[in-house]
Design a protein around this ligand. Structure first.
Ligand code: NAD
Length: 360
């Protein structure tokens, strides 16, 4: 079976890093016999300029008919003043919701070679490799009722933290599956001591756990989890949590690694169809200058191989190639320190492909 992938390069540095991901896909197809084909489509500000829509119908249709989507990044100052629905970021949100991508996987990986980039002591973070699984389509960001209204002569703001048991169960199962592919340890983060909806979260996680006797499930309250992430991040392997807690904890975990140009992410539906993208944005300040770090994008390809294409061996090979170029001392500007060799976007991509090819 040939895997069909939609490539959405997007805006700013998106097309530059996608170019390097495409070189990796070509190498996987030509040297490793990976059955994969791809097609480009427009999204974001560039799509708005041509089609008056940041998510044109043809793009959505192509994404829906694919096995996976690779996204560069969208947005930039040219489109900041548009009405909200026309803004590049709205196109992206619509795409995630149209594809029903409810499970957001955000790894925080710190290659030992880059431990100096972290704000934490290097022995605390060197070799860090944890995964946060965040519920992405429910919880307080979507709950009704919500709003600001006048009550008793003052304004009142309110939101609703609501989870259905089926929503908790499906993110729970996704997280247990991820933990099964890693070291079989899962920590569920909630605030069950104060919030009834997250007591239900904990209860459902315990029920789902019965189907995964090989995975060790633990629980932490979110305040303790935040503290533990900073105190001893390497104690974690996989963390599963609600939309809002995951939003906050995954940014904190990303910053433990200190290098935004290095981190990929995945958003999956119930059938492991997914959208894979770097966590960084379109970086307009460095766009078009061959300065962007393509390694987050390339590692997004590795995640796609693992989670949507069931090609764990090829995923390992891509990750090993990235580790190899770092061991060889190559660094883009964002992660560069002396005495390492500073390279541009294209040179970094070429080096990863050379390392991958030598492993073929
Ligand atoms: P950003 O991630 O684009 O950039 C933040 C800083 O990190 C900048 O200094 C940038 O140069 C640097 N950086 C980012 N990626 C890098 C890489 N691969 N290599 C080297 N340096 C890198 O965040 P921002 O500046 O807040 O946002 C810029 C635009 O991107 C905005 O329009 C924003 O809405 C959009 N955005 C899009 C996404 C997405 O497409 N998923 C995510 C975040 C922000």
């Amino acid at each position: 079976m040939t895997h069909k992938v939609t490539l959405l390069p997007g805006d700013g540095i998106g097309p530059e890093v996608m170019q390097e991901a495409t070189k990796v896909l070509e190498c996987l197809r030509d040297e490793f016999g990976c059955a994969v084909e791809w097609e480009d489509a427009a999204v974001g500000g560039g799509a708005y300029d041509i089609f008056d829509d940041p998510l044109p119908a043809a793009t959505l249709e192509l994404a829906k008919s694919s096995d996976a989507v690779l996204l560069g990044a969208v947005g930039g100052p040219d489109w900041d003043d548009l009405p909200r629905a026309k803004r590049p970021e709205s196109g992206l949100l619509r795409l995630r919701s149209e594809l029903d991508l409810f499970a957001n996987l955000r790894p925080a990986i710190l290659f030992p070679e880059l431990a100096d980039a972290s704000a934490l002591k290097s022995e605390l973070v060197a070799g860090l490799d944890l995964m946060i699984v965040r519920e992405l389509t429910g919880g307080i960001y979507f709950g009704q009722p919500r709003g600001v209204e006048q009550r008793d002569n003052e304004r009142v703001g309110f939101n609703t933290l609501i989870y259905r048991e089926s929503e908790i169960e499906r993110i729970g199962r996704a997280a247990f599956e991820v933990a099964r592919r890693r070291s079989k340890r899962l920590c569920s983060v909630d605030k069950a001591n104060v919030l009834e909806s997250t007591q239900l979260w904990r209860d459902v996680m315990l029920e789902v756990a019965r189907d995964y006797p090989d995975v060790e499930l633990t629980h932490l309250y979110v305040d303790n989890a935040a503290m533990q992430l900073i105190r001893e991040p390497k104690q974690f392997d996989v963390i599963v949590t609600t939309n809002m807690f995951g939003d906050i904890l995954s940014d904190a975990a990303a910053m433990l690694t200190g290098s935004i140009g290095m981190l990929p992410s995945a958003s999956l539906d119930a059938n492991n169809k997914g959208m894979y993208e770097p966590i960084h944005g379109s970086a307009p300040d460095i766009a078009g200058r061959n300065m962007a770090n393509p390694l987050a994008m390339i590692q997004s390809v590795a995640m796609m191989l693992r989670y949507s294409m069931a090609q764990a061996r090829l995923s390992d090979a891509v990750e090993a190639a990235v580790a190899k170029v770092l061991q060889n001392g190559l660094r883009t500007a964002d992660i560069h320190t002396e005495p390492h060799t500073r390279v541009g976007t294209a040179e970094m991509g070429d080096a990863v492909v050379a390392a991958l090819r030598s492993a073929a």
